[in-house]
Design a protein around this ligand. Structure first.
Ligand code: ZN
Length: 132
């Protein structure tokens, strides 16, 4: 399993609308989708930068994963998502290599993609998402 490219970079923000304006005004990027992912308690906004996307994440609940992240570490880069051909297969391979998984099975993320997270404890402190 080799990632084909960086699918997106997830950035935790406190104020989605303000951050969208920042990326639009400062970088001239266009937000092309806003989507709520209920089971993750987040609202996401997407920008394309070449083949890679920027995913802004705002917590919809203080106790959601992004809310907790911001409380602990402040706003900033939250995760990096690698595009892979087959998330299930990649998870089995990661597990066999001793990587701790957050998701044992792929689940649906934003944009209806199959996704799964690897635990930052076993990836040098980086939250890595696999994305198909
Ligand atoms: Zn993501």
């Amino acid at each position: 399993m080799k990632p084909t490219h960086i699918e997106h970079i997830g950035i935790a923000v406190k104020d989605l609308q303000a951050s969208i304006k920042f990326y639009e005004n400062v970088f001239g990027l266009k937000c092309y989708a806003i989507e709520e992912v209920k089971d993750q308690k987040v609202k996401t906004a997407f920008f394309k930068v070449g083949q890679t996307k920027i995913e802004l994440l705002e917590s919809t609940e203080p106790d959601g994963p992004i809310g907790k992240f911001i409380e602990k570490k402040g706003e900033g880069i939250h995760h990096i998502a690698f595009a892979v051909d087959d998330v299930s297969k990649a998870l089995r391979e990661m597990e066999s290599k001793g990587v701790q998984l957050i998701d044992k099975q792929p689940r649906k993320g934003a944009e209806d993609l199959d996704i799964a997270f690897l635990h930052p404890k076993s990836t040098g402190g980086v939250l890595i998402e696999l994305c198909e």
